[in-house]
Design a protein around this ligand. Structure first.
Ligand code: GLN
Length: 535
């Protein structure tokens, strides 16, 4: 059977956290830079339908796409590297696969057959992989299989890969990521774990075509030959992947190792034009040689796990690099902030960001942080819950509505300045939960956001249930907090600012999801600029 789209499967062995997402994104970047149209998909073996319901401590942040899918954070890397949007089809979980198969069974679509892992679950997986290929938009689809080969829950995915390798022989390859650990006592790199992990794949019927070996030391030719020999791959297909200072160096390291070349050869695709990476290199140059530096506090409640705010920290790297500025992010636990220590904790920062979030934990500290930056004229960016908290703080301490709150935390409060939108109530009653994905927003020209975007009409991604209560808007504006951006259809307040402040911006949407290397997000650049001026 012939198929015009090529498929690259990325599997992982030996251990988790080898950075399959970054390797997949780097490979995709190199192929894109050679003129191929590429997309990346992540298959997650867990049973949740999507990561929307997962605590960020489990898998890090939940990334949101334009079409409102709540997805794995690796999709954020894909977008940041490729500068092309992903969608619901780019992230599939076991939960979703089973849900779809069970729905079909209930509708009688299997005509009385016994429904089984093979072929029904594997067919569903194969269909999901090919949805992107069949669009006709992509030359190459890279599918990253979450988890580690040998995990029970990964088995149906590896089986689906085996079947596709058989059915579309010339159009599919497997890139296997493994670890070559350094044994300090022996003073050498060890290839055995890699050999075992490839054996494990072979037991499942899959021969990898390319091995990307994570290592802390150089992989010399002898070692490469040894790995090649034991794992049935050519020496060229043994790729060294050393630890990098920044994830943005990895595409160039992979280019050096000729990963893209080997992959194109294996896929029988022309590799005539060399990758054009000028913009990328320019970015990297600025990232590595900053002229300025700012200290920004990130106030949130998941600060122990940096992945919980991945898109925000990456957006700071993009925005800062644009200004040749290194952004030192200080992660501050909102629960640790009190009236008494706020000066000590936040003083000395050039800017403060209050993070998105859900629930009541840490809210008090966030409100205290906002009061401090508002009164001390420190540049402030509030994202989603961060914006809502800014609205609550202003009501309590400026307007004088002492019990003002969000109905998320205090459903019966007297002054629900953040409440549930009527539209959302209907959706919630129907079992839906949040306002998700991309919505339009019109900006007022006399505003900091307009200065940053330099545009009147913008589109940003959302993930929230609650919103600014427009019944209070007049009181806010009379007291100095103004709505500077609104949804053109519903009038929902998307942006609030305080004019009498160097840079105080709260946004209901999530700008961080749209920041990429090629297009640093204007709000992050604007915020870092304000922080620089505040120094
Ligand atoms: N919990 C708030 C809401 O649902 C904010 C959500 C967020 O910060 N993403 O509206």
């Amino acid at each position: 059977m012939s198929n015009s789209t090529k498929y690259v499967f990325v599997t992982g062995g030996v251990t988790s956290s080898l950075g399959k997402g970054i390797i997949s994104a780097s490979l995709a970047k190199l192929l894109q830079a050679r003129g191929y149209s590429v997309t990346i998909q992540k298959l997650d073996p867990y049973i949740n339908i999507d990561p929307g319901t997962l605590n960020p401590y489990e898998h890090g942040e939940c990334f949101v796409t334009d079409d409102g899918a709540e997805t794995d954070l690796d999709l954020g890397h894909y977008e940041r590297f490729l500068n092309t949007p992903t969608s619901q089809a780019n992230n599939v979980t076991t939960g979703r696969i089973y849900q779809s198969v069970i729905d079909k069974e209930r509708k009688g679509e299997f005509l009385g057959k016994t429904v089984q892992v093979i072929p029904h679950i594997t067919d569903e997986i194969k269909e999901r992989i090919q949805i992107l290929g069949k669009k006709g938009t992509y030359d190459i689809v890279i599918t990253e299989i979450g988890g580690t080969v040998g995990d029970i829950e990964s088995l149906p995915y590896v089986e689906a890969v085996r079947q596709m390798m058989w059915e579309f022989e010339d159009d599919c390859i497997v890139v296997h990521l493994t670890l070559v650990p350094y044994l300090a006592a022996a003073g050498e790199l060890k290839t055995k774990p890699t050999q075992h992990s490839v054996k494990q794949l072979l037991e499942l019927g899959v021969q990898p075509d390319v091995l990307v070996c994570r290592t802390e030391h150089d992989l010399d030719l002898t070692l490469r030959k040894k790995i090649a020999k034991f794992c049935n791959v050519s020496v060229d297909a043994v790729i060294e992947s050393k630890d990098a200072e920044s994830i943005y160096e990895v595409p160039l390291m992979m280019q050096e190792e000729e990963l893209d070349k080997v992959v194109l050869e294996e896929l029988h695709l022309p590799k005539s034009s060399a990758p054009v990476l000028d913009r990328w290199k320019e970015f990297l140059g600025r990232l590595q040689n900053p002229k300025h530096e700012v200290n920004i506090a990130l106030v949130g409640k998941y600060v122990e796990l940096k992945d919980s705010y991945k898109s925000i920290s990456e957006a700071f790297i993009h925005g800062g690099t644009e200004l040749e500025c290194k952004v030192n992010l200080n992660w501050i636990h909102s629960e640790s902030i009190t009236e008494e220590n706020v000066e000590k904790v936040l003083g000395g920062h050039d800017g403060v960001l209050v993070a998105p979030g859900f629930g009541s934990r840490g809210i008090k500290g966030k409100i205290t942080a906002v009061k401090y930056v508002r009164e001390n004229k420190i540049p402030f960016l509030g994202i989603c819950l961060g914006m809502q908290v800014a609205v609550i703080e202003f009501a309590r301490n400026v307007i004088g509505l002492k019990d003002a709150h969000t109905v998320e935390i205090s459903p019966e409060c007297e002054n629900p300045v953040i409440s549930m939108m009527e539209e959302q109530k209907k959706i919630t009653n129907m079992g839906g939960t949040m306002r998700l994905g991309s919505y339009g927003c019109n900006l007022i020209s006399d505003s900091k956001v307009y200065q940053a975007y330099n545009r009147e009409s913008i589109k940003e991604r959302h993930r929230h249930r609650y919103e600014f209560n427009n019944d209070y808007l007049e009181q806010y504006e009379a007291n100095g907090m103004k709505a500077k951006g609104k949804n053109p259809e519903t009038g929902l307040v998307e942006v609030v600012e305080i004019d009498d402040h160097p840079w105080f911006v709260g946004v209901q949407f999530h700008p961080e999801y749209k920041s990429t290397v090629a297009k640093p997000h204007p709000l992050f650049t604007g915020f870092v600029k304000a922080a620089l001026q505040n120094k």
